[in-house]
Design a protein around this ligand. Structure first.
Ligand code: SF4
Length: 988
């Protein structure tokens, strides 16, 4: 296959006899010049001067004395003009996105040399329009953003608002350009227009256009300034034009008109400027035999996963990737592609240079770690400093957990652990003082400029940490490049701030940084002429590949269904020769067919699901290939179609299980075999070797989760929270009850005592304060003795204290009805050693801490009870004992299993009837019964009613846990995964 650039290089070499002195070759983009140069180098057998390579944008810049302002500076200038014209109070961050939109409109006006005074004064045309349906959705949204609190459904208002906005555009356009010109700056359109107008009025080409010949290669749609420059150069006899196309899409159809919009601009260009190449066989490639394959895919990511197997199928092992491109129509698919490609491509290890990966498209900056780090630093500075001169936990934790903090400081994780252990809601500076990196992070900034300088320093420090990393690793390149891009954005803002053009608060600048970074992509450097190319469609301009796979070739993606945002209605854009959506469609049609024309192996994939924004339709260009097959391809050329298999929901879930091999079984025995208790205590301190009801419930919910938590001993970090979550609420309530009944163990309590206490709110508040101090604020008994229990409650904590006191009142009132009552124990430990009937018989210990053990008075006598307090609002019910062990039930009554578990343990030594009870504290009231029922039968004598059957089921579950033939597998009940802490490991 001869590529277009190869053909041009050969032709130009012949035409100029290898003499490229004073020749400039102009491409639409930079990348093409690298490929072109490598072809040229191969043609000549002697050393030659290479021509000068430039892009059209660089050519215009070389003809101008102005400097191109960067996008951030442009918005800052426009904002200043806007505020001075309208007197608006709008903040810069709110202005930013539609400021960008306005600049893009002004750019388009100038590049197409539209008469701005007429365009923006064309108010009468607009006023006469009664139907404002000509406004695109984006335009209505922009106007709505512009005028807050306004209903776009109100058509009269919409018209009024739009017209008042339109009125300021011309003065704004002029003022913006004047303010840029006064600092010798410009945006691209302004610069191009000034050059063309100056040449036209003076007939003098700037002296900087010093080449004898300008060779324009691979252009398609031209804006008016480009067209004018081409004409000027041609008139001077200094221009040659090479167009790339295929006769299949520019040749006239049966009615004399080509049906392919892909050829629309090329036909005009050849007519206006001629062509340096004859219309010969080099333009008849579509008719050569090709392998064309259409593949539908059930998801976007499934396409990314398919790429690896496609590479394996198209290339043999020794074939270089140089002639192969993966083209993404949906650029958001890039992260998924990078994760699915063979690892040696990403790390650059073990392959020759031709087997390397070359990404020639932008990667979203917001998807990189530096973006989340800057966000965390901004949050720390804007929300993290408390009024007490300390830092708030949430913002501190986000910084300490971030991998970049760990890169800079080895003590970050330890300090976070300390903070969590002590439940420090407010963190003092002193905690970071001994660590150099952390003490640089945890400093307060008192102005916007100081905040920006702080971010600049932080990004520089993080960037320096990559200096000695292996740059051939693609991920390292990505991280280093993203840090550099972010650092540059921040430094740009510093410069603008220093000039006085950015006088905003810290919060505004934080939002502004978010706005700017969310629209940025990271350009990748590297050696673009070698390796597998992963690119966006725009980057394929002028390039040819033998093997092409294109992903997301969906209607809506190609061509894009969203119009470039603009304030200028379609009718006016069309009337003034500006860019319109149909011009863009023709342009993308050209990019698509041009890429196909010389390729030999073509695979086009599209997403056929109708989820979300996807309509599940192949692009109109693919459809056109099918319908106009005869006009495009040689006779007999076929297009095969297939589908990537549609994974059903179950197979979409990653399956993972842990086989109980020797080391897993050893872990289990070390944890639960009582013979190894001494060893266990050495490593676990005072902790008892115990198989708790929570562990059994965990196993029944998900065996794999049991393994993670109890087998492998993976720990879930206890987060510090300012909120009193449900678990903490229960702990505080338990602590209160322990405090109330603990001193009364063994005493018979009378109803009046409990009712008196229930009425004494102040006393119960003191009990609650003590429980808060111990459980929530982690204060020791000694501390409470010395300092009391006065806390600085926040509003929510105060509310929870109030609720807890109410529940205590309810519980005491309900307990009064059971009096006389004797408390036999609170928070007492009860254990039972049992033999596990597994392949390797051993003894383990079951049991745990019982909330309350009491003896109450009943009409028939007295009753021993085992009471468990529960905070749930949904009392558990069971129809049979089997329900307690039914793994398939997402709502298994595990509270009952736990209450029976304790009853089973206690009944081994206690010979009186035992009644297990569940006190749902949020529902307890006088007259409510906490007794447990199985079906309709109340369990008042555990041993005689259910013990044997229950014990058997329990032991058989324990035996299953220790059965080496049954792996720890994932639950089938995805409901349990919803709040599982191990989802990341598990992949669910
Ligand atoms: S995510 Fe689901 S399957 Fe995985 S361990 Fe947790 S509960 Fe089990």
């Amino acid at each position: 296959m001869k590529t277009f650039l190869e053909i041009v290089a050969n032709d130009l070499y012949t035409k100029l006899d290898g003499n490229f002195e004073n020749v400039s070759v102009v491409f639409p983009n930079k990348r093409a010049s690298i490929f072109f140069n490598s072809h040229l180098a191969r043609i000549s057998d002697k050393p030659i001067w290479a021509p000068r390579y430039t892009t059209i944008s660089e050519l215009f810049q070389s003809l101008s004395t102005r400097t191109l302002a960067d996008p951030i500076l442009l918005v800052a200038y426009l904002y200043r003009s806007y505020v001075s014209i309208t007197g608006s109070q709008e903040t810069l961050d709110r202005f930013y996105s539609w400021g960008e939109m306005l600049i893009s409109d002004f750019d388009d006006v100038d590049k197409n040399m539209a008469d701005a005074s007429k365009l923006f004064a064309n108010i009468s045309d607009l006023q006469n329009m009664t139907d404002f349906g000509f406004l695109e959705e984006d335009q209505v949204k922009a106007i709505q953003q512009f005028f807050v609190n306004f209903n776009p459904e109100d058509k009269t208002k919409l018209k009024e608002k739009f017209l008042s906005f339109w009125n300021i555009l011309y003065p704004l356009y002029n003022s913006f350009r004047e303010s840029l010109a006064s600092d010798n700056l410009a945006y691209e359109g302004m610069m191009n227009r000034e050059i063309i107008e100056s040449i036209k009025s003076t007939s003098v080409i700037p002296a900087s256009a010093e080449s004898d010949l300008y060779v324009f290669v691979g252009f398609n749609v031209l804006n008016e300034t480009e067209r004018s420059l081409f004409r000027i150069m041609q008139k001077q006899g200094k221009a040659l034009f090479y167009w790339d196309y295929d006769e299949a899409y520019i040749a006239p159809g049966q009615a004399g008109q080509s049906t392919f919009e892909a050829g629309r601009f090329i036909r005009e260009n050849i007519r206006d400027f001629g062509s340096a190449l004859d219309h010969g066989p080099q333009y008849a490639n579509f008719r050569k035999p090709k392998n064309v394959h259409f593949i539908s895919s059930p998801t976007e990511n499934a396409q990314a996963r398919y790429v690896s197997s496609w590479l394996g199928g198209v290339l043999n092992d020794s074939e270089p990737y140089n002639e192969t491109a993966v083209v993404l129509c949906n650029e958001q698919l890039l992260p998924a592609i990078l994760h699915s490609l063979p690892s040696q491509l990403i790390t650059g290890k073990g392959k020759s240079s031709s087997m390397l990966l070359n990404v020639t498209m932008g990667y979203p900056l917001t998807d990189t770690p530096i973006s989340s780090y800057v966000s965390a630093l901004l949050k720390l500075q804007t929300d993290g400093a408390s009024h007490r001169g300390e830092w708030r936990y949430r913002q501190v934790a986000d910084i300490l957990k971030h991998p970049y903090t760990s890169r800079l400081s080895s003590s970050a994780t330890g300090i976070l652990r300390t903070i969590r252990k002590n439940n420090m809601i407010y963190v003092p500076d002193s905690l970071f003082a001994s660590d150099t990196a952390l003490s640089r992070i945890f400093v307060r900034t008192d102005s916007t400029l100081a905040l920006l300088r702080y971010l600049s320093e932080m990004t520089e420090i993080v960037g320096r940490s990559y200096m000695n990393e292996d740059k051939s690793d693609f991920n390292i390149q990505l991280y280093a490049e993203s840090i550099y891009t972010t650092h540059s954005i921040i430094n740009r803002l510093i410069t603008i701030c220093e000039t006085g053009m950015l006088t905003v608060t810290q919060n505004t600048v934080a939002r502004l940084i978010h706005q700017i970074t969310s629209s940025r992509t990271i350009p990748f450097h590297g050696e673009p002429a070698i390796g597998l190319q992963v690119m966006g469609l725009l980057e394929t301009r002028c390039l040819d590949f033998r093997n092409v796979i294109m992903l997301s070739v969906n209607e809506g993606q190609l061509p894009k269904s969203t119009h470039a945002s603009s304030f200028i209605p379609y009718t006016l854009r069309e009337a003034y020769g500006m860019t319109t959506i149909d011009k863009k469609t023709s342009l993308y049609a050209y990019y698509f067919y041009r890429l196909m024309q010389r390729a030999e192996n073509i695979t086009l994939m599209y997403n056929n699901s109708t989820d979300g924004l996807s309509k599940g339709e192949m692009s109109r260009f693919m459809l056109q290939m099918l319908l106009d097959n005869g006009q495009l391809f040689a006779r007999g050329q076929s297009i095969s179609q297939s589908a990537v298999s549609s994974p059903n929901e179950a197979s979409q879930l990653r399956t993972l299980s842990v086989a109980k091999d020797k080391s897993v079984m050893e872990n289990l025995y070390n944890r639960y075999d009582l013979e190894r208790e001494a060893q266990y205590k050495k490593t676990h301190g005072d902790k008892d070797m115990l198989l708790t009801p929570s562990a059994i419930n965990c196993y029944l919910d998900c065996p794999l989760k049991f393994y993670f938590q109890y087998g492998a001993g993976m720990r879930i970090s206890d987060d510090v929270t300012e909120e009193v979550d449900n678990a903490m609420f229960g702990t505080i309530f338990h602590s209160c009850m322990e405090h109330i009944y603990g001193p009364n163990i063994g005493r018979q309590l009378q109803s009046s005592q409990l009712l008196d206490l229930a009425k004494d709110r102040a006393a119960l508040e003191r009990v609650a304060d003590r429980a808060f101090a111990k459980e929530y604020f982690h204060k020791s008994d000694e501390y409470i003795e010395q300092h009391g229990t006065v806390h600085l409650y926040n509003g929510e904590q105060l509310l929870n204290r109030h609720v807890i006191v109410s529940y205590l009142m309810n519980q005491l009132t309900a307990d009064a009805e059971l009096c006389p009552m004797t408390i036999l124990g609170v928070e007492i430990e009860r254990y039972l050693d049992i033999e596990v009937p597994s392949a390797r018989r051993f003894t383990t210990r079951i049991g745990g801490i019982i909330d309350r053990y009491d003896r109450i008075t009943t009409p028939t006598g007295s009753l021993l009870r085992i009471v468990d307090y529960k905070t749930s609002t949904r009392p558990h019910k069971a129809n049979s004992l089997e329900d307690l062990f039914d793994k398939s039930n997402a709502h298994r009554p595990y509270h009952i299993l736990q209450a029976f578990y304790y009853s089973d343990v206690v009944s081994a030594t206690e010979h009186e009837p035992i009644s297990p009870a569940l006190a749902y504290i949020k529902q307890t009231s006088a007259g409510s019964s906490p007794a447990i029922k199985i079906g309709k039968e109340e369990i008042t004598d555990f041993a005689s009613q259910v013990k044997d059957e229950y014990h058997e089921m329990l032991v058989s579950t324990i035996a299953e846990i220790f059965n080496p033939d049954i792996p720890f597998s994932q639950t089938d009940n995805v409901h349990h995964c919803e709040f599982c802490d191990f989802r990341t490991f598990c992949g669910r």
